[in-house]
Design a protein around this ligand. Structure first.
Ligand code: PLP
Length: 414
């Protein structure tokens, strides 16, 4: 998307295709498995990429294409590939780049599912080395000749650390590898990571991009700037004729279709229309989260983590990278697991649910749910303790949310 207008106007008028045939202003839901052709010759041309067209939804579908075009434009990439989930986007990206014996550098404190995936990849011979803090120094220290990618979350969930993308990207590039960022919790409303040097952006679109909590999905967007060294990235060598597009085209014409993690057309449609209100929702959510974090931090017996709060270690990166916003998630420590449960159980409006990025405020005790299978080292690194409550703030009226949370916190005092 060119920077001619502001976010919401650009989202509706530049990032979104204008018309989809028959004057339809939204993409039709092409809820089909396969596409029928008049002759075998025509279908042969589609399969051999000699003519444009769709053959089978796992390989391509017009509703998915409309959704990919929109998110790609929002992020400013050269192309995007939608996936069945955020985890499918992350796993496909890493598998496209790594072979047995290769290494990934990642920051500690990632989303628990990603940590579990990296553990699964160990069994395929793909090893992850963790940095306590993912920054230029740690990446330079950990990089070896087997390193193939650096992976971090823009705002980590639930540790809420903000990645200094410029610094991480320049250290990754010195090592000749891409910086892949998971920007699920930041969204293109708060930051376009390619402008800071990231090479590949992944999202779980199940969260803020969809916003309505109605579809699991993911997307991979390629910034298209990296000059791949095909000797180093031998996983891409069969696609080297595509040069800077080798990663995207390996996925598109090969790995993504073979792994089989495509998004369903219905989910692509629901997420496409959900994304139209991303700017409005994120602005309201961030303002709500900020107000709630400030109100809670006045309470003496709980400690609040929200990146935009003055005094928070991530405050200056929130300012320099996220326009002063801290995102839609905050966490607080209640002092004990029993009190954390009592607070959660007495909330009137927040739903107890294992998700983030919904328009409804959602609350969870991460240690007994999302991190139930994680070891102590990973949980501590993710800032998950037995008294921690995670709040994914929604779009409810701010005053009601604050009254609800303050009532629950104060009511839980013995
Ligand atoms: N990345 C982050 C930061 C997440 O919070 C999540 C899910 O909570 C995922 C990835 C995985 O997304 P999905 O559930 O769509 O597979």
């Amino acid at each position: 998307m060119e920077n001619k207008c502001r976010f919401n106007t650009g989202l509706l008028h530049e990032a979104s295709p204008k018309e989809f045939g028959n004057r339809q202003i939204l993409p039709p839901i092409s809820q089909v498995t396969a596409f029928g052709y008049e002759s075998m010759e025509e279908l042969e041309k589609v399969f051999s990429h000699k003519s444009m067209g769709y053959a089978y939804t796992r390989i391509g579908n017009p509703t998915l294409a409309a959704f990919e075009q929109k998110i790609n434009a929002l992020e400013g990439g050269i192309g995007a590939i939608s996936c069945s989930s955020g985890m499918a986007a992350i796993s496909s990206s890493l598998l496209a780049l790594c072979e047995s014996g290769d290494e990934i550098i990642a920051g500690r404190g990632l989303y628990g599912g990603t940590i579990d995936l990296l553990r699964d990849l160990e069994k395929l011979g793909i090893h992850t080395v963790y940095a306590d803090v993912l920054d230029g120094d740690s990446i330079r220290r950990l990089a070896t000749e087997r390193t193939r990618a650096v992976f971090g979350e823009v705002i980590s969930n639930p540790a809420l650390n903000i990645l200094d993308i410029r610094e991480a990207a320049s250290a990754a590039h010195e090592a000749g590898v891409p910086l892949i960022v998971d920007s699920t919790t930041a969204t293109p409303y708060l930051i376009r990571p390619f402008e800071y040097g990231a090479d590949i952006v992944v999202h779980s679109t199940s969260k803020y991009i969809n916003g309505g909590g109605n579809s699991i999905g993911g997307i991979i967007i390629d910034g298209g700037k990296l000059d791949w060294n095909f000797e180093k990235h031998s996983a891409l060598s069969d696609h080297k004729k595509y040069r800077k597009m080798a990663f995207l085209l390996k996925l598109r014409t090969d790995l993504w279709e073979n792994l089989g993690g495509c998004m369903s057309p219905m989910n692509a449609y629901l997420t496409y229309i959900g994304a139209d209100t991303l700017g409005l929702r994120m602005q309201h959510i961030c303002e709500n989260a900020d107000a709630l974090a400030r109100a809670l931090s006045e309470e003496e017996d709980i400690s609040v983590n929200y990146p935009a709060l003055p005094g928070n270690p991530n405050h200056s990166l929130a300012k320099s990278q996220l326009g002063g916003h801290g995102g839609g998630i905050l966490t607080f420590r209640a002092g004990s697991k029993e009190r954390a449960f009592a607070i959660i159980n007495s909330l009137k409006y927040a739903l107890i649910a294992s998700n983030i990025g919904d328009i409804r405020t959602l609350v969870i005790h991460p240690l007994s749910t999302l991190y139930i299978n994680s070891d102590e080292e990973s949980t501590e690194a993710a800032g998950v303790f037995d008294d921690l409550i995670r709040v994914s703030v929604g779009i409810e009226d701010r005053e009601d949310l604050i009254d609800d949370f303050l009532g629950a916190v104060r009511g839980s005092r013995k």
